[in-house]
Design a protein around this ligand. Structure first.
Ligand SMILES: NC(=O)c1ccc[n+]([C@@H]2O[C@H](COP(=O)([O-])OP(=O)(O)OC[C@H]3O[C@@H](n4cnc5c(N)ncnc54)[C@H](OP(=O)(O)O)[C@@H]3O)[C@@H](O)[C@H]2O)c1
Length: 325
């Protein structure tokens, strides 16, 4: 992950954060308006008018996971949802969880309407019993476990001394402890046939990111250690660190599409992405699916950056007019 996971959405939701959230929102709106040429007084730098690179079209699914069972935490939106759909399109039976039941049922229905097999169970990865039940019921329903994608995650930001213990704990319990528990409950099933576990880490390093960055670095450590515990048992464990990806995690809530698209056009050239754009959830999903194939049979304990550029650190480079940049 590059250093650039924007946090306007979370800032708006933080305790004590609405002021910063509003500032960020209006700054973003102003910047985006400038980028779109709507604010006449703002000079538009040439890079804002360049055509960004676009994601190549996806390869057709090839049935690489026909009859396999894939379990995903946090697939009610974003990268997890796209990955559930990508595995289902490759023939997998997909069991997934998340807290928002209406989104879980929507994703389940969309996969089924596309001819895939999916099963949603509401579960919160912060709750050990709910997580254990999700894993066990998925295996019970589908009969085995071949691939697990431990992806559920949240972000909350504040300078360290302003970070509440409650927010710190919430992020650690969701991101790091949730991954520890998921692996703990998945491994006993995989000891029977082997398997692949992929966890969603991040290379995010930015001001205000103490809880998020530490939780995601913890995932790298979990993956390194666990890969050595279970490599000899036929279980490959790795992590993926997506670069900034266009999902609800980074998009401010209720932002009009046109403003968000203008922001993204401005974001790419000003940040570390050599591809000059954010990733789409679908292309991160394709990377996850690929990592789960036997093409990567000798990869264990790694965190793979799929970030459009080498990762860096420092404040977000926001478009002109963004006050928090
Ligand atoms: N977007 C990026 O730029 C980026 C970059 C690097 C890494 N990541 C990581 O990618 C992963 C997916 O995020 P996203 O970008 O796709 O954002 P997203 O759309 O917000 O997805 C987050 C997913 O995690 C689930 N989740 C959160 N807390 C949970 C809990 N306590 N129990 C169960 N599920 C929970 C959410 O479902 P519910 O809300 O329904 O529970 C949702 O399905 C996260 O781990 C994130 O840290 C994202």
């Amino acid at each position: 992950m590059t250093a650039q996971e924007p946090t306007q959405a979370e800032a708006a939701q933080e305790p004590g954060g609405p002021r910063r959230g509003r500032r960020a929102f209006f700054g973003l709106a102003a910047a985006a308006a400038g980028a779109a040429g709507l604010a006449g007084a703002v000079a538009i730098p040439p890079y804002l008018t360049e055509t960004p690179t676009s994601a190549p079209p996806p390869a057709s699914p090839r049935g690489r996971f026909d009859g396999r069972v894939v379990l995903i935490t946090g697939a009610t939106s974003g990268i997890g949802e796209a990955t559930a759909k990508a595995f289902a399109a490759e023939g997998a039976k997909v069991g997934f969880c998340g807290r928002r039941a209406h989104h879980g049922r929507r994703v389940e229905q969309e996969i089924r309407e596309a001819g895939g097999i999916a099963r949603y169970l509401q579960a919160d990865v912060r709750d050990p019993e709910q997580l254990r039940r999700f894993v066990d019921e998925t295996v019970g329903a589908f009969g085995r476990l071949d691939v697990a994608f431990n992806n559920a995650g949240i972000t909350k930001s504040a300078p360290l001394h302003e970070m509440t213990l409650e927010d710190w704990t919430d992020v650690q319990h969701t991101n790091a402890r949730g991954v520890f528990l998921a692996i703990k409950y998945e491994v006993p099933h995989m000891l029977k046939n082997g398997g692949v576990i992929i966890c969603t880490a991040s290379e995010s390093r930015r001001p205000g990111g103490v809880a998020y960055s530490s939780s995601k670095q913890a995932i790298k450590g979990i993956v390194e250690a666990a890969s050595m515990d279970y490599g000899s048992k036929g279980i490959r464990i790795n992590a993926i660190a997506p670069g900034t990806t266009d999902t609800a995690l980074v998009r401010p809530p209720s932002l009009p599409d046109a403003v968000w698209e203008a922001f993204k056009r401005a974001w790419g050239p000003r940040n570390a992405s050599g591809l000059q754009r954010m990733a789409s959830a679908e292309e991160i999903a394709r990377s996850v699916v690929s990592l789960a194939t036997a093409e990567f049979s000798y990869m264990a304990g790694s965190t793979v950056l799929v970030g459009g550029a080498p990762f860096g650190g420092g404040p977000m480079n926001m478009p002109p007019g963004f006050p928090a940049g």
